[in-house]
Structures are given as structure tokens and as C-alpha cells.
Design a binder for this molecule. Structure first.
Ligand SMILES: NC(=O)c1ccc[n+]([C@@H]2O[C@H](COP(=O)([O-])OP(=O)(O)OC[C@H]3O[C@@H](n4cnc5c(N)ncnc54)[C@H](OP(=O)(O)O)[C@@H]3O)[C@@H](O)[C@H]2O)c1
Length: 365
């Protein structure tokens, strides 16, 4: 991509601009748009004085203004000009006094590769994207080390549970001297919805189609059913708990059969009924025992696995409703009864709020 940076029509310079944290927002999709809209909603509140949005980009266009880019209602500016987006523009766009913060609301590998570089330059990174911390261990370590080098901070509250206090609780427990014994949970909103609704009567494939139409799954539901997204989330939680696993050390039992996995995207819908018989059998076995099927991520004794489990109805993870995430944490102080955290773990609004909470925490020092 070429480096052509749009300089938007300047707003009135704000007197406090030099002391505000300067923020670059990458991604204007579901989450990025919600961040931009939430920031615009702060215009008349005291929070507005703490953050100046100086750069907004998606993969095609960028807009920069050292006095603050216009609010979301002027988003057309972003798409109307011939301005292409380049990650090289981000650091220069943030130059100036005050904290410099990149907000990553993309799902981009290229952007995730840059996190450590920005952090080492003293630029804080706040991210909803799991590719920074939830893939290779070397990248996770690179991010940790870059924070030390740059004296910068990495905001990751939005990566697991869309801001539910999961990572924060794990870190608080460890800071308080606890060892984390185990973590287990329902970490995918779409898989939570599917197994909260599956009753063994309706074909599972019909539920998958319904979930896709409601926007709970990705357009290609294999991305959810494969458990890969859950693998990344479990890696992030495990590493925060002090268990530095390689991605390959998580044992993932995909719901997608090898035959379904290799199909072209356009052929997936017609092949979804292949899921029905195996899941009906699993459901019937669980039902006979009075148990419930849940798609669980589990870290125990240094081992990690992801897959469908049959749980007793009084298991802390068997409850929950809709697309809720539900996570149980066992530690020195929560030995027998785990700490259980439950709530909406997906959605643009809560994710945007989690990103901006992290930004505000950084600006608070
Ligand atoms: N949606 C949720 O409920 C949720 C919850 C928690 C976490 N997340 C995470 O949040 C991230 C964003 O999700 P989303 O649903 O908003 O995705 P999305 O709607 O697909 O938006 C992704 C955005 O990233 C932009 N982008 C891609 N490469 C870029 C680059 N090199 N530079 C700048 N922008 C780039 C895209 O640009 P174009 O518009 O040009 O394609 C698009 O605007 C993902 O990592 C997702 O896993 C989402």
C-alpha cells in the first residue's frame, strides 16, 4: 500500500490538545465504528478532554488530523478521498506530546505483526484482535518484552470476553499472590448460543443456519465450529495465568469433520446436515445421564483443551443463556468453589467500550 495520508479539514484546535492522549484507530468495521461513535458521544463530557483521535484508517483509506479527526458523522471523508491506508503513517500521525495509543479494531495479521514494534517505540497498543497474543508464543513474548523496552502498555481486555473482567481477574489474583490452578469456560458467544438452544430434536444444522442469519456466527460457520477462535482465547488466558503454551499445545476437538473442512465456502451450507447425526448421538448420551452439552475451553495441570463436553447440570459452566460467556477460575483462594464470571462476551458495543476503557486506564497512568 502507498503512504498517502489524508489531512482532513482542521477542526478548531483545542487548547489542551498537546496534553491529551493521541489515538490512532485502525479498523472501521463493526467494532471500529462503534469505537468512533462512542468517542463522538463523549464530545460534551469531561472524557473528551482526555483523548484526541488523530488518525482513523481501514484497509483502504486513512484520515489524519493533529487537531482531531471529525466525528463519525463525517465518516464519508474517509471513503470519499483517494487516500490509501498505510501502517507506516500511524506513528507519524501520533507524533506530539501526551500518550500515544494505537487502537487495533481489525482482524489483521499485518497489523498484529506491528504491535511489538509500536510498543518498543513507546506507543501503547489497545486491541480487540486476538492475533497479537493468541497465536505464536514468540509473538506473545515479543509483545511482553517490547512493553518493557518502550515503557508502554498493552490493553487486551477486549480480546477475550469482550471486556468481561477475565484477564483482569486472573492478573489481580496473581498480583495478590495466588497461583491459578485451573480455568474453564464457554468462550464463544456463537457456540454458547448453539448449545444453549440445541435440544436434540431440531437438526443442529438448522440451528447453525439460524445463528448465522442472526449474525451470531461468522458468515462461514466453520470458523466458529472449528474451535480455532476459542483456541486463541484460551491461549491468551493461559499465558496471562503464567502457563506459556505454544498454540499447538492446545488440544482442539473441532466440530467440523475433515470432509466439511475442505469444502469450498459456497458448498458449506448444503453440507451442514453432516453435523446432525453425530451431534444427535452426543446429545442423546448426555441426556440419558441428565447432563448438558457445552463447548468448553479448559486449562488444568498445565494442559489445555477445547471441545464439546457433557456437564452435570450443577456444573458452574452448565448454566448461562443466549450468547453469554461463562468462565470459572480456580486459584489458591478459590480452591473448591471457583470464581465464576458470566456476561455478554461479544458484540460491537461492549467490545468498543472495553477498548476505550483500556485507553482511559492508560491515560490515567
Ligand atoms: N464483533 C465482535 O463482537 C467482536 C468481539 C470481540 C473482539 N472482536 C475482534 O475485533 C476485531 C474487529 O472485529 P469486527 O467485527 O469489527 O471486524 P470487521 O467488521 O471485519 O472490521 C475489520 C476492519 O479492519 C480493517 N482493516 C483490515 N486490515 C487493516 C489494515 N491493515 N489497516 C487498517 N484497517 C484494517 C477493515 O478494513 P476494510 O473496511 O477496508 O475491510 C475493517 O474496517 C476482530 O479482531 C475481532 O475478532 C470482535
Amino acid at each position: 500500500m502507498n503512504t498517502v495520508l489524508a489531512e482532513a479539514v482542521p477542526d478548531k484546535p483545542r487548547a489542551r490538545a498537546s496534553r491529551q492522549a493521541r489515538v490512532a484507530l485502525l479498523g472501521t468495521g463493526n467494532v471500529g465504528s462503534a469505537v468512533w461513535a462512542r468517542l463522538a458521544g463523549w464530545n460534551t463530557t469531561p472524557l473528551a478532554g482526555r483523548i484526541s483521535l488523530v488518525h482513523v484508517a481501514n484497509s483502504r483509506h486513512a484520515i489524519s488530523n493533529r487537531f482531531g479527526v471529525p466525528d463519525r458523522s463525517d465518516a464519508l471523508l474517509l471513503s470519499s478521498g483517494p487516500h490509501t491506508s498505510s501502517l507506516e503513517s500511524v506513528a507519524p500521525a501520533l507524533a506530539g506530546k501526551g500518550a500515544r495509543i494505537v487502537v487495533d479494531a481489525t482482524a489483521s495479521e499485518t497489523v498484529a505483526e506491528r504491535h511489538a514494534e509500536w510498543l518498543a517505540q513507546g506507543i501503547h497498543v489497545v486491541t480487540a484482535c486476538k492475533l497479537g497474543q493468541g497465536t505464536h508464543l514468540s509473538r506473545w513474548r515479543g509483545i511482553r518484552d517490547a512493553c518493557r523496552i518502550g515503557g508502554s502498555r498493552y490493553g487486551d481486555s477486549a480480546t477475550v470476553g469482550a471486556g468481561l473482567p477475565l484477564l483482569r481477574s486472573i492478573r489481580d489474583l496473581r498480583d495478590g499472590g495466588d497461583r491459578i490452578h485451573a480455568i474453564a469456560g464457554v468462550l464463544s458467544g456463537s457456540l454458547a448460543w448453539l448449545f444453549n438452544h440445541y435440544d436434540g430434536m431440531r437438526p443442529f444444522s438448522a440451528l447453525v443456519r439460524q445463528a448465522r442469519e442472526a449474525g451470531y456466527t461468522e458468515p462461514d460457520p466453520r470458523e466458529d465450529l472449528s474451535g480455532e477462535d476459542v483456541r486463541r482465547k484460551l491461549l491468551i488466558l493461559a499465558r496471562a495465568a503464567g502457563v506459556e503454551l505454544e498454540a499447538g499445545q492446545v488440544d482442539v476437538s473441532s466440530l467440523v469433520s475433515p470432509a466439511l473442512a475442505v469444502l469450498a465456502k459456497d458448498d458449506v451450507d448444503a453440507a451442514l446436515p453432516a453435523l446432525d447425526a453425530p451431534l444427535r448421538t452426543r446429545y442423546a448420551e448426555a441426556y440419558k445421564r441428565g447432563e448438558k452439552l457445552r463447548f468448553i475451553a479448559r486449562l488444568e495441570d498445565g494442559r489445555a483443551r477445547v471441545g464439546l463436553e457433557s456437564l452435570a447440570t450443577d456444573d458452574p459452566l452448565a448454566g448461562g443463556a443466549g450468547t453469554d460467556n461463562r468462565v470459572a477460575i480456580w486459584s489458591d483462594r478459590y480452591r473448591t468453589q471457583p470464581l465464576v464470571i458470566q456476561g455478554p462476551g461479544a458484540g460491537a458495543e461492549v467490545t468498543a467500550a472495553a477498548l476505550l476503557d483500556d485507553v482511559l486506564r492508560i491515560t490515567a497512568g
